[in-house]
Design a protein around this ligand. Structure first.
Ligand SMILES: O=P(O)(O)O[C@H]1O[C@H](CO)[C@@H](O)[C@H]1O
Ligand SMILES: Nc1nc2[nH]cnc2c(=O)[nH]1
Length: 354
């Protein structure tokens, strides 16, 4: 038998990890059952120059999914069908909860909750503050699905895998993506606890030649060369600013530029200086690849950063405390009420218009 272990690797029931290249045919015909080490060794021997393998087509597909950066359309469709069928509803708005912002999913009512481990072919969350649950239900009259736990590049997942759930959302019927994150504030005007509505991003991982859209393009998702100039929906930004005003938090709200680095390290002063010179206001380790994937499949995007720590660009400020994930989580917890209200009210406005 094959299955997924907690890290999302494929392992055989006898504990061996498989990583071989196969010719796509089954040498013993059944491809299931306990295998001893001898059998496994034998499978890896070549026959007439071809590598033999006894995996079933299903196992092969799962292996490809785990080893490749790209999830085939059909696999995404299967995951989406599993969720829509299990939830008994089709969501219109998708929410990705940032670090410590899992409470955004707690305001969903009549919720159907899926643990990531129980969703076929889904990765697992490994970061504290990311519970690893998909919540589908009602919010302000709309059907929404929220990820309590996102996937980050530094966890070891390729970018396409990090943002694969966005495609699942799309095939579930989601039209709007709300992506939230915890971020360090580089703009000196930003204070801890402020909310920055994203109106643009600098894709640092993209500068390094890494994209969630790398590899063959499936036009059923979107075009080979998507434009990103209008990625962050202006109408939603304006609505959110209005909501912020009526909540009395306009002085703690900004519109700015986010950049995603690979992490898991927080930035050096020199890196922060460079980012600031590039026009970056807030820095994190997520969101950009999700937005790229969402725009590729033509979803409307709204995204915000909760500023959980200030990032100094001056060596003279080095006496300042260094960023820690504990601080990030604690600030997120303190600001969860405002973040939940902002999200709920924006959902209400979208729903009222449709
Ligand atoms: O972007 P989210 O998931 O909110 O989390 C941010 O906070 C964590 C670091 O404290 C990193 O994962 C960073 O990306
Ligand atoms: N890269 C990065 N991610 C964060 N997430 C929360 N704070 C920070 C930060 O200062 N830097």
């Amino acid at each position: 038998m094959t299955g997924y272990n907690a890290k999302g690797d494929m392992a055989t029931s006898n504990g061996n990890h498989r990583n071989g290249h196969c010719n796509g045919s089954s040498s013993n015909g059944n491809g299931t059952g306990d295998r001893q080490a001898d059998d496994l060794a034998q499978e890896n021997q070549t026959n007439n120059g071809k590598i033999q393998c006894s995996l079933t087509p299903e196992e092969l597909r799962a292996l490809r999914v785990l080893n490749e950066d790209t999830y085939p359309y059909e696999v995404i469709q299967e995951i989406a069908d599993f969720i829509v069928k299990g939830a008994g509803m089709r969501p219109k708005i998708g929410i990705i909860c940032g670090s410590g912002l899992g409470s955004l999913a707690d305001i969903i009512t009549d919720a159907k909750i899926f643990e990531y481990e129980k969703i076929p072919n889904f990765p697992v969350s490994t970061v504290e503050g990311h519970a690893g649950k998909l919540v589908v239900g009602h919010l302000e009259g709309a059907i929404v699905m929220a990820m309590q736990g996102r996937f980050h590049f530094y966890e070891g997942y390729p970018l396409a895998k990090c943002s694969m759930p966005v495609r699942v959302m799309k095939l579930c019927g989601v039209e709007y993506l709300f992506a939230t994150n915890a971020a360090g504030g580089i703009n000196p005007k930003y204070a801890v606890g402020d909310i920055m509505l994203m109106h643009d991003h600098v894709n640092m991982l993209g500068f390094a030649g890494n994209s969630p859209l790398q590899g063959p393009n499936d036009p059923r998702f979107g075009p080979r060369f998507p434009a990103l100039v209008n990625s962050y929906n202006k109408d939603l930004i304006n609505k959110a600013l209005e909501i912020g005003k009526s909540m009395g938090i306009e002085s703690n709200m900004h519109v700015g530029v986010y950049s995603c680095l690979g992490g898991p390290t927080y930035e050096t002063i020199a890196e922060l200086k460079a980012l600031r010179m590039m026009g970056v206001d807030a820095v994190g380790m997520s969101t950009v690849h999700e937005v790229i994937t969402a725009r590729h499949c033509d979803m409307k995007v709204f995204a915000f950063s909760l500023i959980t720590n200030k990032c100094s660009t001056e060596y003279s400020d080095m006496k300042d405390e260094e960023a820690t994930h504990e601080e990030v989580m604690s600030v997120a917890k303190n600001r969860q009420k405002a973040c939940c209200e902002l999200v709920a009210r924006l959902v209400r406005e979208i729903q009222a218009e449709s």
